[in-house]
Write a protein that binds this ligand. Sequence first.
Ligand code: 5RP
Length: 221
Amino acid sequence: MKEAVANAAVEFLVPQLSENTIIGIGTGSTANLFIAALAKYKNKIAATVASSFVSEEKLKAHQINVIELNETTQVDFYIDGADESNHQLQLIKGGGGALTREKIIASAAKEFLCIADESKLVNQLGAFPLPIEVIPMASNYVSREIIKLGGNPILRKNQKTDNGNVILDINDFVIEDPTSIETALNMISGVVTNGLFSLRPADKLFLGTASGSVSELHTKQ
Ligand code: 5RP
């Protein structure tokens, strides 16, 4: 399923590629399959921007050009997986811990294509524990504030982000209004980024199904 959506995203992109195209690249197993599928077209684009050290290494292993986000004023497309998506294409991301760089590149991109298998589509976000990147010295304070919002934060063991921070995974969180929760979490001092992508949802969701077909959901026409 993941391979089928990765290929579908590449097929969608190919007719739109030019020597100036800059593509933002997500992190995770689905993004890795996208990188492998994109490799064939590496000479048809200007460069990519990676959302993690791991993705940067994978891109370079395929001899795909990688630049820093600060080196460009334009990101034409951002392609990434998700841990959950609702029908409005609001997402939970950060299962792999790369949420901050992912959110920055998604925000900078003109078009955000999410690629996922059908198990990721849900009616309400929150069954997947919501990842929050936190400045290490603030983790206990942030945890107490999250408990006040109704969540149950658990410090992710043995993982530091590419930015040197820690991750809290919020369990048992009822996310009825993703935008209010995303905003409320952003207001807690010490939170770097939360894994809700509702203020900047995906524009298109390519969903792989068990039968091998890929369906497309859109937020704008
Ligand atoms: C990494 C992410 C990933 O997109 C998310 O965890 C999905 O991963 P996968 O494609 O392996 O299912 O947000 O921080």
